[in-house]
Design a protein around this ligand. Structure first.
Ligand code: MRU
Length: 363
């Protein structure tokens, strides 16, 4: 996607052929800064501190993390260490495990001298593949959007967190159909949940929709139910960090409450789902590990002052404890459909297997 007319991905290989570069998402929307990742530890820190975030981008960054490790030391012990260190960077998005398993399976049988080149090649392929998957999710989602009847003169979508191009390598998952609808001339407007505590909606989704010229309005996280009751939301669409075999959907904290409100008001609730985000090993969403992040993300908030300075302020009374579960699970029964790169299916094991028959368990 473009930033001020210049095409960008969220992560890419630098001109020296070793350093990896990524947009620093902790500084948006106030500053647009590119970070250099020179070591596997830099990649791990970028994932853990959310310089890069969003399930598909976490996977892509982990792929490059393995490549950076191999550029330093391509021994068996480094391969094992990089796998362990990167795996522990964030627990919920299964794309991390998917990318690390992929790289390890590729690299382990190779002689050490061949691992560096193979790792960089595969990391680049993962990035290209993610961009193509997301483009196709957009195409398939556009088909769904064309079938929806707007209640007013425009189609109103509601999204939570950031599942746009910033959360992936390019295009986004939930936002890809919205970009494609907008580009096709469909009048579409997006209600953007601010997504406390880290404000991925207010800071990232609003920023990228604005850069692409998509009409949008940021709302408090608690406003969605009210808007749905008043017929102001035609459909909800969100991303996912891990979707189980039976279609339970784990996504940013607060997604479940939106799904409940959508269900109560007859509003379709869609998920943009790339295949590396499906955890075929789990049935029940309650088994997904939910990241508990630092309470300081809740007690402190960053913003820009009138003079342009970016500052962080405390919002809680001194001494009040805070808890920060970062994800929740929306049960499959509340999901209208899963929009994947292969097509659209019901949120159920049968639905997923109709698109991914190779995942059927051997009898
Ligand atoms: O904590 P984050 O910002 O990494 O959480 C991201 C989300 O919850 C996204 O909705 C999800 O990764 C889908 S991204 C296409």
């Amino acid at each position: 996607m473009k930033v001020d007319g210049k095409p960008y991905r969220t992560i890419w290989l630098g001109a020296d052929g070793t350093t990896v570069q990524a947009i620093d998402q902790t500084l948006l929307p106030h500053q647009f800064v590119i970070r250099d990742l020179r070591t596997m530890e830099d990649a791990e820190r970028a994932i853990r501190t959310m310089i890069v975030r969003g399930a598909p981008l976490i996977g892509a960054a982990a792929g490059y993390g393995m490549a950076l490790a191999m550029a330093t030391d391509s021994s068996d012990s480094m391969l094992a260490r990089a796998y362990t260190v990167l795996m522990e960077s964030r627990p919920t998005a299964v794309n991390l495990r998917w990318a690390l398993d992929d790289l390890r399976a590729l690299l382990a049988p190779l002689p050490a001298a061949k691992r560096r080149e193979a790792a960089y090649k595969r990391a680049a392929e993962i990035c290209d593949e993610d961009a193509e998957i997301c483009r196709r999710i957009g195409e398939n989602g556009l088909g769904e959007i064309r079938r929806l009847k707007p209640r007013g003169d425009r189609l109103n979508a509601l999204t939570h967190c950031n599942a746009g191009w910033l959360a992936t390598v390019d295009w986004g998952t939930a936002l890809s159909p919205i970009y494609q609808a907008h580009d096709a001339g469909i009048p579409i407007h997006v209600w953007v949940d601010e997504t406390r505590p880290r404000n991925q909606g207010a800071s990232l989704t609003a920023w990228e929709l604005g850069k692409h010229g998509v009409p949008h309005t940021v709302i408090a996280d608690n406003a969605g139910g009210h808007l749905m009751q008043h017929g102001k939301v035609d459909f909800c669409i969100v991303g996912t960090d891990r979707t189980t075999r039976r279609g339970d959907v784990c996504n940013k904290i607060g997604t479940y409450l939106k799904a409940l409100a959508a269900h109560d008001n007859g509003v379709p609730f869609y998920i943009g789902l790339p295949y590396p985000t499906i955890d075929w090993t789990l049935e029940d969403g309650r088994d997904i590990p939910i990241e508990e992040r630092n309470a300081a993300e809740l007690s402190r908030i960053a913003g820009r002052t009138a003079s342009g300075e970016v500052v962080t302020v405390d919002v809680l009374p001194e001494g009040s404890p805070a808890a920060n579960p970062a994800f929740d699970v929306t049960p499959a029964r509340l999901v209208t459909a899963l929009i994947t790169e292969r097509g659209v299916c019901a949120a159920s094991e049968a639905g997923l297997l109709s698109l991914y028959p190779e995942q059927a368990k051997a009898a």
